[in-house]
Ligand binder design. Structure first.
Ligand code: PEP
Length: 250
């Protein structure tokens, strides 16, 4: 399966800025072989439609950063999967650590969002990862197990493996400039692969597991070469087209 290089633009870029960055990226991608890579961009909701219409490269898919797990209703400020799909976006992020820790989303809500998004026809990148306190207390395995089990408890079946992607993002490495070292990444990704086998069975071998946390052009190639790393989820270093293009070509 192709490696995924995903860009999480967080709360950055107006629609006009989105148009400029994607136009620039499309030009840069003309010179990068993309047969073995799949590229995802997650702009803010207000840029989704612009991102879809500006993108003229069929190797880039667009996704939303969040959803609300209901078809429609009295949920002020929220966005449904149908609205995301109507913009032409096909992916969504769930469980990003900024939503877990700043917005206080718990595992149960992340699970509901993941299942509802998949059942509605969106593909999902579900994010998991431990805080520094949890890691230092020796709780890495338990935290990942709890997050994965609750996220994937009621997966729709059958589900083709390319529609669900897991992103391992240690909270202490996100936006901090502190990338996890190779040993940490291999350990966590191996744990995730084993947990996935228990939860979803053989298709776990085809489930892509991304690493995220201070990825930059200088470390992308090394991280991508590690066992059980099937791609990258990039925040800060994806905001500029040239930096993201370097990561894509790593
Ligand atoms: C992210 O937002 O998912 C992320 C990994 O951010 P950064 O690359 O900036 O650490």
């Amino acid at each position: 399966m192709k490696k995924i290089i995903a860009a999480n633009w967080k709360m950055f870029k107006t629609a006009e800025e989105t148009k400029q960055t994607i136009t620039e990226l499309n030009k840069l991608l003309e010179n990068i072989p993309l047969e073995k890579k799949e590229i995802l961009i997650f702009p803010p909701f207000t840029s989704l439609e612009t991102a879809v219409t500006t993108n003229n490269n069929d190797k880039i898919a667009i996704g939303a950063q969040d959803l609300y797990p209901a078809k429609e209703g009295a949920f002020t400020g929220e966005i449904s999967p149908a609205m995301i799909l109507a913009c032409g976006a096909t992916w969504v992020l769930t469980g990003h650590s900024e939503r877990r820790h700043i917005i206080k989303e718990d595992n149960a809500l992340v699970g509901q969002k993941t299942i509802f998004a998949l059942a509605s026809g969106l593909n999902v990148v579900a994010c998991i990862g431990e805080t520094l306190e949890q890691r230092e207390a020796g709780n890495l395995y338990d935290v990942l197990a709890e997050q994965l089990q609750q996220t994937l408890a009621k997966l729709p079946t059958p589900l083709s493996p390319e529609r669900l992607v897991i992103a391992y993002e240690p909270v202490w490495a996100i936006g901090t400039g502190k990338t996890a070292n190779a040993e940490d990444i291999i350990e966590a990704h191996t744990i995730i692969r084993e947990l996935l086998k228990n939860i979803i069975g053989v298709s776990a071998m085809q489930t892509r597991i991304l690493y995220g946390g201070s990825v930059k052009p200088e470390n992308a190639q090394e991280i991508l070469s590690l066992d059980n790393v099937d791609g990258l989820l990039v925040g800060g270093a994806s905001l500029k087209a040239d930096s993201f293009a370097k990561i894509i070509s790593a």
